[in-house]
Ligand binder design. Structure first.
Ligand code: BES
Ligand code: MN
Ligand code: ZN
Length: 505
C-alpha cells in the first residue's frame, strides 16, 4: 500500500473515494445526536449538511453512509464514517475507523482512497494509527477460495491540515506500515492450516522474515534439542511424525548496551490434538492456531529489525505438533526439563507449558535479562477474560506495568491476573518437582505458575492469547480469523524497555 499525504482542502482532492469522519458531539445523556463533521472544509460541510439535516448521519461509531455523487467536490464518492462521541475519539477509534475505510473500499473494488485525519488528534500519531488500521484492514482470510476477489487498497492519501510538519508525518506513516505489515505477517502464518504450516515450514517462514528484516536466525532440529537436554519440549514432539524445530532469532544492534536483553519466547504448536489426552473432535480444527504465540514473535522480531530500536532482542520459537502417535508420551510420564526440574505429565494436552519451559530456560541461557512469552495456553483464560483481553501474568510489577503501558499506546487490550504463591500448591506433584496441570480452578493462573518455575529470578511476563489470537466474529475493521494481537505491544515494549519509569508515558 502506497500512503502519501496532502495538505490541500479535502474538497479539492481528486480521488475515487473520500473518507470523512462524523462524530456525535451531543452532551452526555442527550437522546438526540449532534453530528459534527471533523473537517473545516466549507464545500465538504455543505455536501454533508443535507444528510445531517435529514438525520441520515448521526455520528454513531462505525456508521457508514455513502454519497455516490457528491456535488461541488473533486472526489468521485464520499464515505462518511461515524466516529462515535466526539470526546471519546482516540487513536484506538481512529485505527478502527481506518480499518473500516479499507474494508469498505475493498468491498466495492475501489483501490485508491483519501482519508481526512481529524485535526483534534495529534496529526503524526493519527497518521500512524490510520496507517495501521488501513493496512491491517486490507488483510483477507480467503486464501484458498477460488472465488476470492483479491481486491486491495493500493493507494492512500491522508488529508492533513496545512500547518503540518510533513517529515514527522511521513516517519509515522512508515512506522505504522512496518507495524501493520508485521501484524499481517503474524496473521498470515496463523491462518495456514496445520498441513501447510508444519514446524519445519513455520521455522522456514521465521527465517525468511528475519532475512527480510536483517535479524539473525538459526533453526535447530531434534538432535540439538537432545543435546540441550530439552526433555520437556521433546516429550511433546515425540508423538508426531513431523520433526520439531527450535528457532533462535537475534537482533543485536552494534551500539546497543550489553544489557538489557529482551527475550521473546513463543508457543508454536502447529497442531494441538491434545496428544493421548485427546481433545473432543468438536472444535479440534481450531487447534491449528495453537502456534500463534510463535507467529506473534516472528511478527514482532520483523518489526523490531526494521524499526531498529537500540536494544538487544532475542526471539525463541518452540515449534512442534502435539499428536497421539505410538511413540507419544502418556499421562503419568515424568520428563526432565532443560534446567533439571522433573515434571509429572498428568495431561498431555497441557503441552504448551512443556515446550515453553525449555524455551524460557534457553532464552535465559542465551543471555536474556527480561522475558516475555506469548502462548495460546489455556481455555481457562477464555473463561476468565472472554475474547476481549489478553491475560497478563508476571513476577515483576514494574515490568508488567511497562507492558500494560505499551498495550495502551498500541491499542491492544490486556488485563493482569495474579501470580501468587498459593496457586503453586495446585501444581505440586507427589513423585516429581511439579505436575503439568493444576486442576479446574484458576487454570490460567496455575499454568502461569508452572512457567514461572523456569524463569528463575528474571523479570518475566506471560501473555495468554488463547482468547484473543483468533477473532470468532467479524468486526467492521477486521474479518474473523487471526488477529495478530500482541505484535504492536511487544514492539512498543522493546522500544521503551530502557526508558526510566518517569520517562515512559
Ligand atoms: N492450546 C490449548 C489451549 C487453547 C484453548 C487455545 C482454546 C486456544 C483456544 C492448550 O494446549 C490446552 O489444551 N490447554 C488445556 C490445559 C488443561 C489440559 C490443563 C485447557 O485449557 O483445557
Ligand atoms: Mn493442549
Ligand atoms: Zn495447546
Amino acid at each position: 500500500m502506497k500512503i502519501g499525504i496532502s495538505q490541500s482542502a479535502p474538497s479539492t482532492i481528486e480521488t475515487p473515494l473520500l473518507v470523512a469522519l462524523v462524530c456525535d458531539s451531543s452532551a452526555k445523556g442527550d437522546k438526540t445526536p449532534a453530528p459534527e463533521l471533523l473537517s473545516s472544509d466549507e464545500a465538504l460541510r455543505s455536501a454533508a449538511a443535507p444528510l445531517i439535516a435529514a438525520s441520515d448521519l448521526s455520528g454513531k461509531f462505525a456508521e457508514a453512509v455513502w454519497d455516490l455523487s457528491p456535488a461541488g467536490l473533486a472526489a468521485k464518492r464520499i464515505l462518511y464514517l461515524g466516529g462515535g462521541k466526539t470526546d471519546k475519539l482516540t487513536l484506538t477509534e481512529l485505527r478502527q475507523l481506518a480499518g473500516i475505510a479499507s474494508r469498505a473500499a475493498k468491498s466495492k473494488q475501489i483501490s485508491s482512497l483519501t482519508m481526512i485525519l481529524p485535526e483534534k488528534l495529534e496529526i503524526a500519531g493519527g497518521a500512524q494509527a490510520a496507517t495501521e488500521g488501513l493496512v491491517t484492514g486490507d488483510f483477507d482470510v480467503d486464501t484458498y477460495r477460488s472465488d476470492r476477489k483479491d481486491a486491495h487498497v493500493a493507494e492512500v492519501t491522508l488529508a492533513v491540515p496545512q500547518k503540518t510538519d510533513n517529515g514527522a508525518v511521513f516517519q509515522s506513516i512508515a512506522e505504522g506500515a512496518i507495524l501493520a505489515e508485521s501484524q499481517n505477517l503474524t496473521r498470515s502464518l496463523a491462518l495456514e492450516p496445520s498441513n501447510r504450516m508444519t514446524p519445519t515450514i513455520l521455522a522456514e517462514q521465521a527465517r525468511a522474515a528475519c532475512e527480510e528484516a536483517g535479524v539473525q536466525c538459526e533453526v535447530y532440529g531434534p538432535d540439538k534439542l537432545r543435546e540441550l537436554k530439552m526433555g520437556a519440549f521433546l516429550s511433546v514432539a515425540q508423538g508426531s511424525a513431523e520433526e520439531p524445530r527450535l528457532v533462535v532469532m537475534r537482533y543485536e544492534p552494534k551500539d546497543a548496551p550489553a544489557s538489557p536483553v529482551l527475550g521473546l519466547v513463543g508457543k508454536g504448536i502447529t497442531f494441538d490434538s491434545g496428544g493421548i489426552s485427546i481433545k473432543p473432535s468438536d472444535g479440534m480444527e481450531k487447534m491449528k492456531y495453537d502456534m500463534c504465540g510463535a507467529a506473534t514473535m516472528v511478527g514482532a522480531m520483523r518489526a523490531i529489525g526494521m524499526l531498529k530500536p537500540n536494544v538487544r532482542v532475542l526471539g525463541i520459537l518452540c515449534c512442534t505438533e502435539n499428536m497421539p502417535g505410538g511413540k507419544a508420551q502418556k499421562p503419568g510420564d515424568v520428563q526432565i526439563a532443560m534446567n533439571g526440574k522433573s515434571i509429572e505429565v498428568l495431561n498431555t494436552d497441557a503441552e504448551g507449558r512443556l515446550v515453553l519451559a525449555d524455551g524460557l530456560c534457553y532464552a535465559r541461557q542465551l543471555g536474556a535479562t527480561h522475558l516475555v512469552d506469548a502462548a495460546t495456553l489455556t481455555g481457562a483464560v477464555v473463561v476468565g477474560l472472554g475474547y476481549h483481553n489478553v491475560g497478563v501474568f508476571s513476577n515483576d510489577d514494574a515490568f508488567a506495568g511497562k507492558l500494560l503501558q505499551s498495550a495502551k499506546r498500541s491499542g491492544e487490550r490486556m488485563w493482569q491476573l495474579p501470580v501468587e504463591p498459593e496457586y503453586f500448591d495446585h501444581i505440586r506433584s507427589d513423585i516429581a518437582d511439579i505436575k503439568n496441570t493444576g486442576g479446574r480452578w484458576g487454570g490460567a493462573i496455575t499454568a502461569a505458575m508452572f512457567l514461572k518455575e523456569f524463569v528463575e529470578d528474571l523479570p518475566w511476563i506471560h501473555l495468554d492469547i488463547a482468547g484473543t489470537a483468533w477473532l470468532e466474529e467479524n468486526k467492521a475493521w477486521m474479518p474473523k480469523g487471526p488477529s495478530g494481537v500482541g505484535v504492536r505491544t511487544l514492539v512498543d515494549l522493546a522500544r521503551h524497555l530502557t526508558d526510566s519509569a518517569a520517562k515512559s508515558k
